[in-house]
Design a protein around this ligand. Structure first.
Ligand code: AHR
Length: 619
Protein backbone atom coordinates (compact mmCIF):
# COMPACT_ATOMS: atom_id res chain seq x y z
CA UNK A 1 0.00 0.00 0.00
CA UNK A 2 1.21 3.45 -0.91
CA UNK A 3 1.00 5.55 2.23
CA UNK A 4 3.05 8.66 2.95
CA UNK A 5 3.39 10.96 5.93
CA UNK A 6 4.99 14.34 5.17
CA UNK A 7 6.45 16.06 8.20
CA UNK A 8 6.94 19.80 7.99
CA UNK A 9 9.72 20.77 10.38
CA UNK A 10 9.75 24.38 9.16
CA UNK A 11 6.48 25.12 10.98
CA UNK A 12 5.56 24.68 14.65
CA UNK A 13 2.24 23.34 15.80
CA UNK A 14 0.46 23.57 19.14
CA UNK A 15 2.42 23.51 22.37
CA UNK A 16 1.52 20.56 24.57
CA UNK A 17 1.33 21.20 28.31
CA UNK A 18 2.99 18.73 30.68
CA UNK A 19 -0.36 18.38 32.43
CA UNK A 20 -2.11 17.37 29.16
CA UNK A 21 -2.92 13.76 30.11
CA UNK A 22 -4.19 12.93 33.55
CA UNK A 23 -6.50 10.58 35.38
CA UNK A 24 -10.19 10.82 36.12
CA UNK A 25 -10.74 9.20 39.49
CA UNK A 26 -14.23 8.37 40.62
CA UNK A 27 -15.39 6.21 43.49
CA UNK A 28 -17.35 3.98 41.12
CA UNK A 29 -16.93 0.18 40.87
CA UNK A 30 -15.71 0.30 44.49
CA UNK A 31 -12.67 2.31 43.47
CA UNK A 32 -12.23 3.69 47.01
CA UNK A 33 -13.37 1.32 49.79
CA UNK A 34 -12.40 -2.18 48.73
CA UNK A 35 -10.12 -0.58 46.14
CA UNK A 36 -7.53 2.18 46.26
CA UNK A 37 -8.13 2.82 49.97
CA UNK A 38 -6.05 0.15 51.69
CA UNK A 39 -8.47 -0.57 54.58
CA UNK A 40 -9.08 -4.33 54.71
CA UNK A 41 -12.15 -4.35 56.98
CA UNK A 42 -15.47 -3.77 55.27
CA UNK A 43 -18.12 -1.75 57.15
CA UNK A 44 -15.66 -0.96 59.93
CA UNK A 45 -17.94 1.49 61.70
CA UNK A 46 -21.22 -0.48 61.39
CA UNK A 47 -22.76 2.39 59.43
CA UNK A 48 -23.92 0.38 56.39
CA UNK A 49 -27.55 1.21 55.80
CA UNK A 50 -30.36 0.15 53.50
CA UNK A 51 -30.17 3.69 52.10
CA UNK A 52 -26.73 2.77 50.73
CA UNK A 53 -27.92 -0.49 49.22
CA UNK A 54 -31.12 -2.44 49.71
CA UNK A 55 -29.19 -5.50 50.84
CA UNK A 56 -27.18 -3.70 53.52
CA UNK A 57 -27.61 -3.85 57.28
CA UNK A 58 -25.29 -2.42 59.96
CA UNK A 59 -23.82 -5.93 60.21
CA UNK A 60 -23.07 -6.41 56.51
CA UNK A 61 -19.77 -8.29 56.08
CA UNK A 62 -19.78 -9.21 59.79
CA UNK A 63 -20.68 -12.60 61.33
CA UNK A 64 -21.55 -12.67 64.99
CA UNK A 65 -21.28 -15.38 67.61
CA UNK A 66 -22.97 -15.03 70.97
CA UNK A 67 -24.69 -11.83 72.02
CA UNK A 68 -23.44 -9.14 69.64
CA UNK A 69 -25.61 -6.30 68.41
CA UNK A 70 -25.41 -2.91 66.74
CA UNK A 71 -26.63 -0.04 68.89
CA UNK A 72 -27.53 3.53 67.96
CA UNK A 73 -27.88 5.53 71.15
CA UNK A 74 -26.29 8.29 73.21
CA UNK A 75 -23.35 6.04 74.10
CA UNK A 76 -21.98 6.40 70.57
CA UNK A 77 -18.38 7.26 69.74
CA UNK A 78 -19.36 10.66 68.29
CA UNK A 79 -22.28 12.35 66.57
CA UNK A 80 -20.99 11.62 63.06
CA UNK A 81 -20.40 7.92 63.70
CA UNK A 82 -23.75 6.90 65.07
CA UNK A 83 -23.75 3.10 65.31
CA UNK A 84 -21.50 0.95 67.43
CA UNK A 85 -21.32 -2.72 68.37
CA UNK A 86 -21.82 -4.27 71.78
CA UNK A 87 -20.31 -7.65 72.60
CA UNK A 88 -21.45 -9.60 75.65
CA UNK A 89 -18.79 -11.08 77.91
CA UNK A 90 -18.36 -14.13 75.73
CA UNK A 91 -19.10 -13.17 72.12
CA UNK A 92 -17.24 -12.44 68.89
CA UNK A 93 -17.55 -10.78 65.48
CA UNK A 94 -15.77 -11.76 62.30
CA UNK A 95 -15.21 -9.54 59.29
CA UNK A 96 -14.99 -11.02 55.80
CA UNK A 97 -13.40 -8.03 54.02
CA UNK A 98 -14.07 -7.44 50.30
CA UNK A 99 -14.30 -9.89 47.41
CA UNK A 100 -13.04 -13.29 48.61
CA UNK A 101 -11.82 -11.90 51.94
CA UNK A 102 -8.94 -10.13 53.61
CA UNK A 103 -5.74 -10.45 51.59
CA UNK A 104 -2.45 -10.78 53.47
CA UNK A 105 1.09 -11.58 52.37
CA UNK A 106 3.54 -13.77 54.25
CA UNK A 107 6.04 -11.75 56.28
CA UNK A 108 4.18 -8.42 55.98
CA UNK A 109 2.93 -6.29 58.89
CA UNK A 110 -0.73 -5.43 59.42
CA UNK A 111 -1.91 -2.73 61.79
CA UNK A 112 -5.10 -3.34 63.72
CA UNK A 113 -7.00 -0.66 65.61
CA UNK A 114 -10.32 -0.47 67.42
CA UNK A 115 -12.22 2.10 69.46
CA UNK A 116 -13.57 0.47 72.61
CA UNK A 117 -15.52 1.36 75.72
CA UNK A 118 -16.21 -0.84 78.74
CA UNK A 119 -19.18 -0.35 80.97
CA UNK A 120 -17.82 -2.06 84.09
CA UNK A 121 -14.95 -0.94 86.27
CA UNK A 122 -12.43 -3.56 85.13
CA UNK A 123 -10.73 -4.36 81.88
CA UNK A 124 -12.45 -6.16 79.00
CA UNK A 125 -9.80 -8.25 77.25
CA UNK A 126 -10.25 -8.70 73.48
CA UNK A 127 -8.58 -11.43 71.45
CA UNK A 128 -7.86 -10.63 67.80
CA UNK A 129 -7.23 -13.33 65.27
CA UNK A 130 -6.47 -13.32 61.59
CA UNK A 131 -7.34 -16.64 59.97
CA UNK A 132 -8.69 -18.42 56.90
CA UNK A 133 -10.22 -21.83 56.25
CA UNK A 134 -6.78 -23.45 56.67
CA UNK A 135 -6.20 -21.96 60.13
CA UNK A 136 -4.27 -19.13 61.71
CA UNK A 137 -2.70 -16.48 59.44
CA UNK A 138 -0.94 -14.67 62.29
CA UNK A 139 -0.49 -15.26 66.00
CA UNK A 140 -3.47 -14.04 68.00
CA UNK A 141 -3.06 -10.63 69.69
CA UNK A 142 -4.78 -9.06 72.64
CA UNK A 143 -5.82 -5.61 73.78
CA UNK A 144 -7.51 -4.86 77.09
CA UNK A 145 -9.71 -1.76 77.01
CA UNK A 146 -10.93 -0.12 80.16
CA UNK A 147 -13.14 2.92 80.79
CA UNK A 148 -14.49 5.36 78.17
CA UNK A 149 -13.99 5.36 74.41
CA UNK A 150 -10.30 5.01 73.52
CA UNK A 151 -8.33 3.72 70.56
CA UNK A 152 -6.37 0.49 70.94
CA UNK A 153 -3.76 -0.63 68.47
CA UNK A 154 -1.74 -3.76 67.84
CA UNK A 155 -0.03 -5.24 64.81
CA UNK A 156 0.27 -8.66 63.18
CA UNK A 157 2.86 -10.28 60.96
CA UNK A 158 1.31 -12.68 58.47
CA UNK A 159 2.69 -16.22 58.63
CA UNK A 160 1.12 -17.20 55.34
CA UNK A 161 -0.18 -15.56 52.18
CA UNK A 162 -3.94 -15.72 51.75
CA UNK A 163 -6.66 -13.93 49.79
CA UNK A 164 -9.49 -15.36 51.88
CA UNK A 165 -8.63 -14.07 55.35
CA UNK A 166 -11.05 -13.21 58.14
CA UNK A 167 -10.57 -10.99 61.18
CA UNK A 168 -12.19 -12.06 64.44
CA UNK A 169 -12.57 -9.89 67.52
CA UNK A 170 -13.62 -11.88 70.59
CA UNK A 171 -14.51 -10.62 74.05
CA UNK A 172 -13.39 -12.52 77.14
CA UNK A 173 -14.92 -12.04 80.53
CA UNK A 174 -16.55 -8.61 80.30
CA UNK A 175 -18.99 -6.83 77.99
CA UNK A 176 -17.52 -4.20 75.68
CA UNK A 177 -18.61 -1.63 73.09
CA UNK A 178 -16.63 -1.41 69.84
CA UNK A 179 -16.43 0.88 66.85
CA UNK A 180 -14.16 1.68 63.89
CA UNK A 181 -12.52 -1.76 63.72
CA UNK A 182 -9.70 -1.41 61.23
CA UNK A 183 -6.89 -3.42 59.67
CA UNK A 184 -4.36 -1.82 57.34
CA UNK A 185 -1.32 -3.20 55.59
CA UNK A 186 1.77 -1.36 56.87
CA UNK A 187 3.05 -1.38 53.30
CA UNK A 188 0.84 1.26 51.73
CA UNK A 189 1.78 3.49 48.80
CA UNK A 190 4.69 5.67 50.00
CA UNK A 191 4.14 4.20 53.48
CA UNK A 192 1.34 6.66 54.28
CA UNK A 193 -0.83 6.06 57.33
CA UNK A 194 -4.49 5.64 56.41
CA UNK A 195 -2.92 5.09 53.02
CA UNK A 196 -3.51 3.64 49.58
CA UNK A 197 -3.25 0.11 48.27
CA UNK A 198 0.22 -0.09 46.85
CA UNK A 199 -0.28 -2.08 43.63
CA UNK A 200 -3.16 0.13 42.52
CA UNK A 201 -1.51 3.41 43.47
CA UNK A 202 1.66 2.32 41.70
CA UNK A 203 -0.23 1.45 38.54
CA UNK A 204 -1.74 4.92 38.55
CA UNK A 205 1.60 6.55 39.37
CA UNK A 206 3.22 4.63 36.50
CA UNK A 207 1.01 6.61 34.14
CA UNK A 208 2.83 9.75 35.30
CA UNK A 209 -0.47 11.62 35.38
CA UNK A 210 -0.39 15.31 34.59
CA UNK A 211 -3.45 15.86 36.75
CA UNK A 212 -5.74 13.99 39.12
CA UNK A 213 -9.39 14.83 38.85
CA UNK A 214 -11.41 13.70 41.88
CA UNK A 215 -13.74 12.60 43.44
CA UNK A 216 -15.96 11.87 40.35
CA UNK A 217 -18.25 11.95 38.19
CA UNK A 218 -21.86 11.47 39.05
CA UNK A 219 -21.20 10.96 42.73
CA UNK A 220 -20.12 14.62 43.05
CA UNK A 221 -23.38 16.38 42.47
CA UNK A 222 -26.14 13.81 42.89
CA UNK A 223 -28.26 13.34 46.00
CA UNK A 224 -29.09 15.85 48.66
CA UNK A 225 -27.00 18.95 49.29
CA UNK A 226 -27.98 19.07 52.94
CA UNK A 227 -25.38 18.64 55.64
CA UNK A 228 -25.04 15.58 57.86
CA UNK A 229 -26.79 16.84 60.98
CA UNK A 230 -29.83 16.15 63.07
CA UNK A 231 -31.79 18.96 61.37
CA UNK A 232 -31.68 17.10 58.08
CA UNK A 233 -32.48 13.76 59.74
CA UNK A 234 -28.84 12.63 59.38
CA UNK A 235 -29.23 12.84 55.64
CA UNK A 236 -27.74 10.00 53.61
CA UNK A 237 -27.27 10.00 49.83
CA UNK A 238 -25.67 13.41 50.15
CA UNK A 239 -23.76 15.00 47.33
CA UNK A 240 -19.98 14.80 47.79
CA UNK A 241 -19.28 17.50 50.37
CA UNK A 242 -15.55 17.71 50.99
CA UNK A 243 -15.76 18.72 54.63
CA UNK A 244 -17.36 15.33 55.39
CA UNK A 245 -14.14 13.67 54.26
CA UNK A 246 -11.36 15.26 56.31
CA UNK A 247 -10.14 14.97 59.90
CA UNK A 248 -9.89 11.81 62.04
CA UNK A 249 -11.44 8.90 60.11
CA UNK A 250 -13.73 7.88 62.98
CA UNK A 251 -15.36 11.31 62.73
CA UNK A 252 -16.03 11.19 58.98
CA UNK A 253 -19.75 10.58 58.52
CA UNK A 254 -20.16 7.76 56.00
CA UNK A 255 -22.52 8.25 53.09
CA UNK A 256 -24.56 6.41 50.50
CA UNK A 257 -22.72 6.43 47.22
CA UNK A 258 -24.61 7.30 44.02
CA UNK A 259 -23.26 4.01 42.65
CA UNK A 260 -25.15 1.98 45.21
CA UNK A 261 -22.84 1.29 48.10
CA UNK A 262 -21.46 2.86 51.25
CA UNK A 263 -18.55 5.29 51.12
CA UNK A 264 -16.51 5.47 54.33
CA UNK A 265 -14.68 8.64 53.21
CA UNK A 266 -11.52 7.15 54.74
CA UNK A 267 -10.09 8.15 51.38
CA UNK A 268 -11.05 11.80 51.44
CA UNK A 269 -9.90 15.20 50.25
CA UNK A 270 -6.66 15.26 52.23
CA UNK A 271 -5.70 11.84 50.87
CA UNK A 272 -6.61 12.86 47.30
CA UNK A 273 -4.47 15.97 47.50
CA UNK A 274 -1.63 13.94 48.94
CA UNK A 275 -1.95 11.31 46.22
CA UNK A 276 -1.83 14.04 43.57
CA UNK A 277 1.31 15.40 45.15
CA UNK A 278 2.87 11.94 45.47
CA UNK A 279 2.31 11.20 41.79
CA UNK A 280 3.36 14.64 40.58
CA UNK A 281 -0.16 15.35 39.31
CA UNK A 282 -1.96 18.70 39.40
CA UNK A 283 -4.95 18.30 41.79
CA UNK A 284 -8.29 18.99 40.12
CA UNK A 285 -11.21 18.65 42.53
CA UNK A 286 -14.83 19.00 41.41
CA UNK A 287 -17.55 20.37 43.69
CA UNK A 288 -21.34 20.13 43.39
CA UNK A 289 -23.14 23.14 41.91
CA UNK A 290 -26.55 22.37 43.45
CA UNK A 291 -27.96 21.19 40.17
CA UNK A 292 -27.92 17.43 40.02
CA UNK A 293 -26.96 15.61 36.87
CA UNK A 294 -26.84 11.94 36.01
CA UNK A 295 -30.54 11.42 35.62
CA UNK A 296 -31.65 13.30 38.70
CA UNK A 297 -31.95 16.65 36.92
CA UNK A 298 -32.98 18.73 39.88
CA UNK A 299 -32.02 22.31 40.58
CA UNK A 300 -31.97 23.12 44.29
CA UNK A 301 -33.50 26.51 44.90
CA UNK A 302 -32.30 27.45 48.34
CA UNK A 303 -30.21 30.64 48.55
CA UNK A 304 -28.91 29.81 52.04
CA UNK A 305 -27.76 26.37 50.95
CA UNK A 306 -26.15 27.80 47.83
CA UNK A 307 -24.34 30.39 49.92
CA UNK A 308 -23.07 27.67 52.25
CA UNK A 309 -21.77 25.56 49.32
CA UNK A 310 -20.04 28.57 47.79
CA UNK A 311 -18.40 29.27 51.15
CA UNK A 312 -17.41 25.58 51.38
CA UNK A 313 -15.69 25.96 48.01
CA UNK A 314 -13.76 29.02 49.19
CA UNK A 315 -12.85 27.07 52.31
CA UNK A 316 -11.63 24.22 50.10
CA UNK A 317 -9.22 26.57 48.37
CA UNK A 318 -8.03 27.70 51.77
CA UNK A 319 -7.69 24.08 52.90
CA UNK A 320 -5.52 23.37 49.84
CA UNK A 321 -3.48 26.57 49.64
CA UNK A 322 -4.05 28.70 52.72
CA UNK A 323 -1.38 29.54 55.29
CA UNK A 324 -1.24 27.40 58.43
CA UNK A 325 -2.56 30.39 60.36
CA UNK A 326 -5.83 30.36 58.41
CA UNK A 327 -8.80 28.34 59.67
CA UNK A 328 -8.69 25.68 56.95
CA UNK A 329 -4.95 25.81 56.31
CA UNK A 330 -4.57 24.95 59.98
CA UNK A 331 -6.69 21.84 59.53
CA UNK A 332 -4.46 20.75 56.63
CA UNK A 333 -1.39 21.30 58.80
CA UNK A 334 -2.96 19.35 61.66
CA UNK A 335 -3.50 16.45 59.30
CA UNK A 336 0.21 16.48 58.53
CA UNK A 337 0.74 18.82 55.58
CA UNK A 338 1.70 22.38 56.53
CA UNK A 339 2.86 23.16 52.98
CA UNK A 340 0.16 24.12 50.50
CA UNK A 341 -1.13 21.59 47.98
CA UNK A 342 -0.78 24.01 45.05
CA UNK A 343 -4.34 23.98 43.82
CA UNK A 344 -4.70 25.89 40.52
CA UNK A 345 -7.82 24.40 38.87
CA UNK A 346 -11.21 23.59 40.33
CA UNK A 347 -14.29 22.13 38.62
CA UNK A 348 -17.79 23.27 39.52
CA UNK A 349 -20.48 20.79 38.49
CA UNK A 350 -20.58 17.62 36.45
CA UNK A 351 -22.81 16.75 33.49
CA UNK A 352 -25.75 18.93 34.43
CA UNK A 353 -28.64 18.35 32.08
CA UNK A 354 -30.22 21.72 32.90
CA UNK A 355 -27.79 24.23 31.37
CA UNK A 356 -29.66 27.42 32.31
CA UNK A 357 -30.13 26.40 35.93
CA UNK A 358 -26.54 25.19 36.14
CA UNK A 359 -25.14 28.42 34.73
CA UNK A 360 -27.16 30.59 37.07
CA UNK A 361 -25.38 28.85 39.95
CA UNK A 362 -22.02 28.30 38.28
CA UNK A 363 -21.66 32.03 37.72
CA UNK A 364 -22.18 32.70 41.43
CA UNK A 365 -19.52 30.15 42.36
CA UNK A 366 -17.14 31.61 39.81
CA UNK A 367 -17.72 35.21 40.88
CA UNK A 368 -17.01 34.35 44.52
CA UNK A 369 -13.90 32.34 43.66
CA UNK A 370 -12.52 34.94 41.27
CA UNK A 371 -13.11 37.75 43.74
CA UNK A 372 -11.01 36.01 46.37
CA UNK A 373 -8.76 33.78 44.29
CA UNK A 374 -8.22 35.17 40.79
CA UNK A 375 -5.33 32.69 40.44
CA UNK A 376 -7.73 29.71 40.31
CA UNK A 377 -9.07 28.46 36.95
CA UNK A 378 -12.73 27.58 37.40
CA UNK A 379 -13.83 24.74 35.12
CA UNK A 380 -17.38 24.46 33.81
CA UNK A 381 -18.91 21.66 31.69
CA UNK A 382 -20.94 20.96 28.57
CA UNK A 383 -23.56 18.65 30.06
CA UNK A 384 -23.90 14.90 29.64
CA UNK A 385 -23.60 14.58 25.86
CA UNK A 386 -21.04 15.25 23.18
CA UNK A 387 -23.60 16.91 20.87
CA UNK A 388 -27.28 17.91 20.82
CA UNK A 389 -29.47 20.54 22.38
CA UNK A 390 -28.08 20.50 25.92
CA UNK A 391 -24.52 20.43 24.59
CA UNK A 392 -25.13 23.34 22.19
CA UNK A 393 -26.89 25.40 24.83
CA UNK A 394 -24.22 24.70 27.44
CA UNK A 395 -21.45 25.65 25.01
CA UNK A 396 -23.24 28.85 24.08
CA UNK A 397 -23.58 29.77 27.76
CA UNK A 398 -19.94 28.88 28.37
CA UNK A 399 -18.85 31.08 25.48
CA UNK A 400 -21.15 33.96 26.48
CA UNK A 401 -19.83 33.84 30.03
CA UNK A 402 -16.25 33.74 28.78
CA UNK A 403 -15.57 30.59 30.75
CA UNK A 404 -11.91 29.57 30.91
CA UNK A 405 -12.33 25.83 30.48
CA UNK A 406 -15.16 23.45 29.65
CA UNK A 407 -15.30 19.79 30.69
CA UNK A 408 -16.60 17.49 27.91
CA UNK A 409 -17.53 13.81 28.37
CA UNK A 410 -18.30 11.07 25.86
CA UNK A 411 -18.41 7.29 25.62
CA UNK A 412 -18.74 6.12 22.03
CA UNK A 413 -17.98 3.20 19.71
CA UNK A 414 -14.45 2.62 18.39
CA UNK A 415 -15.79 3.51 14.97
CA UNK A 416 -16.88 6.89 16.32
CA UNK A 417 -13.42 7.51 17.73
CA UNK A 418 -11.84 6.61 14.39
CA UNK A 419 -14.22 8.86 12.50
CA UNK A 420 -13.88 11.84 14.84
CA UNK A 421 -10.15 12.38 14.92
CA UNK A 422 -10.82 15.85 13.55
CA UNK A 423 -13.34 16.79 16.30
CA UNK A 424 -11.27 19.63 17.69
CA UNK A 425 -9.80 20.91 14.39
CA UNK A 426 -12.75 23.27 14.05
CA UNK A 427 -13.10 24.40 17.68
CA UNK A 428 -12.98 28.15 18.17
CA UNK A 429 -9.41 29.19 19.05
CA UNK A 430 -10.71 32.28 20.87
CA UNK A 431 -13.29 30.42 22.96
CA UNK A 432 -13.01 28.43 26.19
CA UNK A 433 -10.34 25.73 26.40
CA UNK A 434 -11.43 22.10 26.60
CA UNK A 435 -10.93 19.68 29.45
CA UNK A 436 -11.82 16.29 27.96
CA UNK A 437 -12.62 14.94 31.40
CA UNK A 438 -14.14 11.58 30.47
CA UNK A 439 -13.94 9.49 27.34
CA UNK A 440 -13.63 5.85 26.34
CA UNK A 441 -14.58 3.67 23.43
CA UNK A 442 -16.95 0.97 24.52
CA UNK A 443 -14.69 -1.93 25.41
CA UNK A 444 -11.37 -3.09 26.81
CA UNK A 445 -10.08 -4.89 23.72
CA UNK A 446 -6.97 -4.03 21.73
CA UNK A 447 -9.26 -2.69 19.01
CA UNK A 448 -10.75 -0.23 21.50
CA UNK A 449 -7.33 0.81 22.73
CA UNK A 450 -6.21 1.34 19.14
CA UNK A 451 -9.20 3.51 18.29
CA UNK A 452 -8.52 5.62 21.40
CA UNK A 453 -4.86 5.98 20.41
CA UNK A 454 -5.92 7.17 16.97
CA UNK A 455 -8.29 9.68 18.54
CA UNK A 456 -5.63 10.92 20.93
CA UNK A 457 -3.47 11.97 18.02
CA UNK A 458 -6.31 14.36 17.16
CA UNK A 459 -6.46 15.67 20.73
CA UNK A 460 -2.75 16.22 20.72
CA UNK A 461 -2.80 17.96 17.34
CA UNK A 462 -5.26 20.38 18.95
CA UNK A 463 -3.34 20.85 22.18
CA UNK A 464 -3.84 24.61 21.87
CA UNK A 465 -7.57 24.02 22.54
CA UNK A 466 -7.66 20.72 24.44
CA UNK A 467 -5.58 21.41 27.52
CA UNK A 468 -6.43 18.36 29.63
CA UNK A 469 -7.67 14.86 28.78
CA UNK A 470 -8.47 11.77 30.84
CA UNK A 471 -9.81 8.31 30.04
CA UNK A 472 -12.68 7.20 32.30
CA UNK A 473 -13.43 5.44 34.54
CA UNK A 474 -10.07 4.64 36.06
CA UNK A 475 -10.70 1.70 38.41
CA UNK A 476 -12.98 -1.31 38.69
CA UNK A 477 -13.19 -3.97 41.37
CA UNK A 478 -14.26 -6.99 39.36
CA UNK A 479 -16.84 -8.05 41.94
CA UNK A 480 -18.59 -4.68 42.16
CA UNK A 481 -18.91 -3.39 38.62
CA UNK A 482 -21.35 -0.58 37.87
CA UNK A 483 -19.66 0.62 34.71
CA UNK A 484 -17.37 -0.78 32.09
CA UNK A 485 -15.03 -0.58 30.30
CA UNK A 486 -12.50 0.66 32.87
CA UNK A 487 -8.80 1.35 32.72
CA UNK A 488 -7.44 -0.70 35.65
CA UNK A 489 -9.12 -3.81 37.06
CA UNK A 490 -8.55 -5.51 40.39
CA UNK A 491 -9.78 -7.95 43.01
CA UNK A 492 -8.71 -8.07 46.65
CA UNK A 493 -5.08 -9.01 46.01
CA UNK A 494 -4.31 -8.50 42.34
CA UNK A 495 -4.65 -5.79 39.72
CA UNK A 496 -4.18 -5.63 36.00
CA UNK A 497 -4.16 -2.87 33.41
CA UNK A 498 -6.38 -3.11 30.34
CA UNK A 499 -5.19 -2.63 26.77
CA UNK A 500 -6.58 0.91 27.12
CA UNK A 501 -4.29 1.40 30.13
CA UNK A 502 -1.31 0.62 27.93
CA UNK A 503 -2.44 3.18 25.37
CA UNK A 504 -2.81 5.81 28.05
CA UNK A 505 0.56 4.95 29.51
CA UNK A 506 2.23 5.28 26.16
CA UNK A 507 0.82 8.76 25.57
CA UNK A 508 1.06 9.95 29.17
CA UNK A 509 4.69 9.03 29.65
CA UNK A 510 5.73 10.51 26.33
CA UNK A 511 4.13 13.92 26.25
CA UNK A 512 5.82 16.01 23.59
CA UNK A 513 6.61 19.70 23.85
CA UNK A 514 4.89 20.74 20.66
CA UNK A 515 3.13 19.29 17.67
CA UNK A 516 5.12 18.97 14.46
CA UNK A 517 2.69 19.57 11.58
CA UNK A 518 2.34 16.58 9.24
CA UNK A 519 0.13 15.38 6.43
CA UNK A 520 -0.78 11.88 5.39
CA UNK A 521 -1.64 10.70 1.92
CA UNK A 522 -2.61 7.33 0.49
CA UNK A 523 -4.63 4.59 2.10
CA UNK A 524 -3.21 2.68 5.02
CA UNK A 525 -3.51 -1.10 5.04
CA UNK A 526 -6.54 -2.36 6.94
CA UNK A 527 -6.67 -5.49 8.98
CA UNK A 528 -10.36 -6.23 9.13
CA UNK A 529 -13.11 -4.96 11.41
CA UNK A 530 -12.48 -3.73 14.91
CA UNK A 531 -14.35 -5.75 17.45
CA UNK A 532 -14.80 -5.10 21.11
CA UNK A 533 -16.91 -5.71 24.14
CA UNK A 534 -20.46 -4.49 24.41
CA UNK A 535 -21.28 -0.98 25.49
CA UNK A 536 -24.54 0.69 26.24
CA UNK A 537 -25.09 4.33 25.68
CA UNK A 538 -27.75 4.70 28.27
CA UNK A 539 -27.74 4.20 31.96
CA UNK A 540 -30.01 4.12 34.88
CA UNK A 541 -30.70 5.15 38.41
CA UNK A 542 -33.27 4.03 40.91
CA UNK A 543 -35.15 7.31 41.06
CA UNK A 544 -38.47 7.12 39.34
CA UNK A 545 -39.10 4.05 37.23
CA UNK A 546 -39.54 0.36 37.59
CA UNK A 547 -40.33 -2.60 35.37
CA UNK A 548 -37.41 -2.01 33.04
CA UNK A 549 -36.98 -4.12 29.96
CA UNK A 550 -34.32 -3.95 27.34
CA UNK A 551 -35.32 -5.21 23.94
CA UNK A 552 -33.85 -5.12 20.49
CA UNK A 553 -35.58 -3.39 17.58
CA UNK A 554 -37.60 -6.54 16.89
CA UNK A 555 -39.00 -6.43 20.41
CA UNK A 556 -37.13 -9.55 21.46
CA UNK A 557 -35.20 -9.47 24.74
CA UNK A 558 -31.71 -8.36 23.93
CA UNK A 559 -29.15 -10.98 24.74
CA UNK A 560 -25.48 -10.61 24.06
CA UNK A 561 -22.37 -11.99 25.67
CA UNK A 562 -22.35 -9.30 28.29
CA UNK A 563 -25.89 -8.05 28.64
CA UNK A 564 -29.17 -9.77 29.02
CA UNK A 565 -32.56 -8.27 29.39
CA UNK A 566 -33.73 -7.61 32.89
CA UNK A 567 -30.76 -8.95 34.75
CA UNK A 568 -28.42 -7.24 37.14
CA UNK A 569 -25.51 -7.48 34.74
CA UNK A 570 -27.22 -5.20 32.32
CA UNK A 571 -28.00 -2.67 34.99
CA UNK A 572 -24.49 -2.63 36.41
CA UNK A 573 -22.84 -2.33 33.04
CA UNK A 574 -25.25 0.41 32.19
CA UNK A 575 -23.92 2.46 35.03
CA UNK A 576 -26.61 2.18 37.65
CA UNK A 577 -26.33 2.89 41.27
CA UNK A 578 -28.26 -0.13 42.44
CA UNK A 579 -27.96 -3.79 41.75
CA UNK A 580 -31.30 -5.09 40.60
CA UNK A 581 -32.80 -3.96 37.36
CA UNK A 582 -36.41 -4.10 38.48
CA UNK A 583 -35.57 -1.35 40.93
CA UNK A 584 -35.79 1.30 38.26
CA UNK A 585 -34.23 2.90 35.25
CA UNK A 586 -33.40 6.37 34.20
CA UNK A 587 -34.56 7.29 30.77
CA UNK A 588 -33.24 10.51 29.31
CA UNK A 589 -36.40 12.49 28.84
CA UNK A 590 -39.43 10.34 29.11
CA UNK A 591 -40.71 7.04 30.41
CA UNK A 592 -39.58 5.48 27.15
CA UNK A 593 -36.70 6.41 24.88
CA UNK A 594 -34.58 5.04 22.11
CA UNK A 595 -30.92 4.44 22.63
CA UNK A 596 -28.21 2.67 20.74
CA UNK A 597 -26.48 -0.48 21.77
CA UNK A 598 -23.20 -1.16 20.06
CA UNK A 599 -22.03 -4.71 20.19
CA UNK A 600 -19.33 -6.84 18.66
CA UNK A 601 -19.54 -10.23 17.08
CA UNK A 602 -17.71 -11.94 14.31
CA UNK A 603 -19.27 -9.50 11.86
CA UNK A 604 -17.61 -6.55 13.56
CA UNK A 605 -19.41 -3.52 14.98
CA UNK A 606 -23.11 -3.20 14.32
CA UNK A 607 -25.77 -0.84 15.51
CA UNK A 608 -28.87 -2.07 17.22
CA UNK A 609 -31.91 -0.06 18.03
CA UNK A 610 -32.29 -0.45 21.72
CA UNK A 611 -35.50 0.35 23.47
CA UNK A 612 -35.56 0.89 27.19
CA UNK A 613 -39.09 0.50 28.44
CA UNK A 614 -39.91 1.68 31.88
CA UNK A 615 -43.10 2.40 33.74
CA UNK A 616 -43.28 5.10 36.37
CA UNK A 617 -43.16 3.93 39.92
CA UNK A 618 -46.54 4.24 41.53
CA UNK A 619 -46.68 7.07 44.03
O1 AHR B 1 -17.42 7.64 34.28
C1 AHR B 1 -18.66 7.17 34.71
C2 AHR B 1 -19.72 8.25 34.69
O2 AHR B 1 -19.90 8.71 33.39
C3 AHR B 1 -19.40 9.49 35.46
O3 AHR B 1 -19.73 9.38 36.78
C4 AHR B 1 -20.23 10.53 34.80
O4 AHR B 1 -19.68 11.81 34.90
C5 AHR B 1 -20.40 10.03 33.40
O5 AHR B 1 -21.73 9.97 33.04
Amino acid sequence: TDYTIDVDTSRTGAKIDDSMYGVFYEDINRAADGGLYAELVQNRSFEYDTADNRSYTPLTSWDTKGAAKVVNDGGRLNERNRNYLTLAADASVTNSGYNTGIAVRKGERYDFSVWARTDGAGRAPLTLTLHDASGELASARRVAPRGGWAKHEVSFTAKRTSATGRLTVASGGAPVALDEISLFPRDTYKGRENGLRKDLAEKIAALEPGFLRFPGGCLVNTGSHEAYEEKSGWQRARSYQWKDTIGPVEQRATNANFWGYNQSYGLGYYEYFQFAEDTGAMPLPVVPALVTGCGQNKATDDPALLKRHIQDTLDLIEFANGPVGSEWGKKRAEMGHPEPFKLTHLGVGNEENLPEEFFARFKQFRAAIEAKHPEITVVSNSGPDDSGTVFDKAWQLNRDADVAMVDEHYYNSPQWFLENNDRYDSYDRQGPKVFLGEYASQGNTFGNALSEAAFMTGIERNADVVKLASYAPLLANEDYVQWKPDMIWFDNDQSWGSANYETQKLFMRNVGDEVVPSEASGTPATSGPITGAVGLSTWATSAAYDDVRVTGADGEPLLTDDFSAGDAKWSRAAGRGTWAVEDGAYVQSDASAENTLVTAGDKGWQNYDLTVKATKKSG
